[in-house]
Design a protein around this ligand. Structure first.
Ligand code: SF4
Length: 178
């Protein structure tokens, strides 16, 4: 039986959700009998191939995140938002408490560790959005698994639900906040 192809992408957030995915350990070995992970943040594949399930982690903070997310939507039959940041923006939306220009000035000009005291202006660099958005503000998302980060067990459960052709509907036992 052909394996179900899964791609994962990491938008704006921390590595917590991805580390939790990797924490599947032996469960991951079982999962890999049924799925092929075609791309992930650690494979450095710039463009994911067409897959059945796309797992997105993190919120949408800049133009590069928008491009990656739209490409994931085009290439994935089902898009799963993994973790609070991907579900509703999570902690990344704290940046929305200050205007973008103030956030850039704080990060690049007023910070002692800054290199040259200027906001980078290279047009090749991704540009910050005016406000951080949840992925579902940019594209249609099919399934959600909140948590910060979701537990490995909950991620395994969600993947099994998807493999069974069901959209995961998490309940209390699937939610974790560390
Ligand atoms: Fe990190 Fe939590 Fe956001 Fe996941 S949901 S990317 S663990 S801050």
């Amino acid at each position: 039986m052909p394996k179900v192809k899964i791609a994962t992408e990491w938008l704006a957030g921390c590595a917590g959700c991805h580390m939790s995915l990797l924490d599947l350990d032996e469960e991951l070995v079982k999962v890999l009998e049924a799925v092929e992970i075609t791309s992930s943040p650690i494979t450095d594949l710039k463009h994911p191939p067409e897959v059945t399930v796309g797992i997105i982690e993190g919120a949408v903070a800049n133009t590069a995140n928008v491009a990656v997310l739209k490409e994931m939507r085009e290439k994935c039959q089902i898009l799963l938002a993994l973790g609070d940041c991907a579900c509703f923006g999570g902690i990344v939306t704290m940046r929305n408490l200050v205007p973008k220009e103030e956030a850039l000035r704080t990060g690049y000009v007023d910070t002692p560790s800054t290199v040259d005291g200027a906001v980078p202006s290279d047009p090749e660099l991704a540009q910050l959005l005016d406000r951080v958005q949840a992925p579902n503000e940019v594209v249609k998302v099919d399934a959600y698994l909140p948590g910060c980060p979701p537990s490995a067990a909950a991620i395994g459960w969600a993947i099994q639900e998807l493999l069974a052709g069901r959209i995961p509907a998490p309940v209390g036992e699937h939610l974790r906040y560390d």
